[in-house]
Write a protein that binds this ligand. Sequence first.
Ligand code: ATP
Ligand code: MG
Length: 225
Amino acid sequence: MTQLTLALSKGRIFDDTLPLLRAAGIEVLEDPEKTRKLILPTNQPDVRVVLVRASDVPTYVQFGGADVGVAGLDVVLEHELGPYGGGEGGASLLRPIDLGIARCRLSVATRADFDYAAAVRQGARIRVATKYTQLARQHFADKGVHVDLIKLYGSMELAPLTGLADAIVDLVSTGSTLKANHLVEVEDILPVSAHLVVNPGAAKLKRVRLQPLMDAFRRALAAST
Ligand code: ATP
Ligand code: MG
């Protein structure tokens, strides 16, 4: 029997993927918030779920720790631009389905009293703090804006408030976190939703098991729009 391993991250990606799995006849048999296990069985003996950090999903899938995964486009593109990415040679992962879940956007935000437009116009060097250094580098290079990037792993909103940076590049959904920290969104970089990512080798070798799963996802998505 061909085993299928699906990489998910706890939280919104896991929660929003469950209904799609259910539509494909797959029930995850344990609740990630209640167990300390990292490998979760499903009602299908040949399908298991592995729980990894959101930003590790592409790595697991690319190197075969999982056959498929669900990851935000932010995480997928950051991975493709990074050291493990396909670079000029193309993608290291297949991205067959936009699942339309976990929607948000990648944006530039600053303190309300920082004149971003003027800084850009004057060709000033802007200090930008972000978890998404690759996507930020590409965005500002495309715009011809000079930036010094500062890599952070969380609480990006704090950076402009403490003087660590002039701006941040971070995910925004409702904008309430920015607002609570007196920051304003000054530029949209990328609309984000979660995608199914597939290991290219598994796509071939496990096609018979993967195809019905993808068909069920597509039917569920078509029915919900
Ligand atoms: P880690 O916990 O490993 O640092 P993370 O905090 O980015 O990762 P989540 O907050 O679960 O993990 O986010 C996972 C994905 O969900 C993100 O990569 C993004 O695509 C999407 N996402 C993040 N924040 C939001 C949001 N506020 N609204 C909707 N989707 C979001
Ligand atoms: Mg988080």
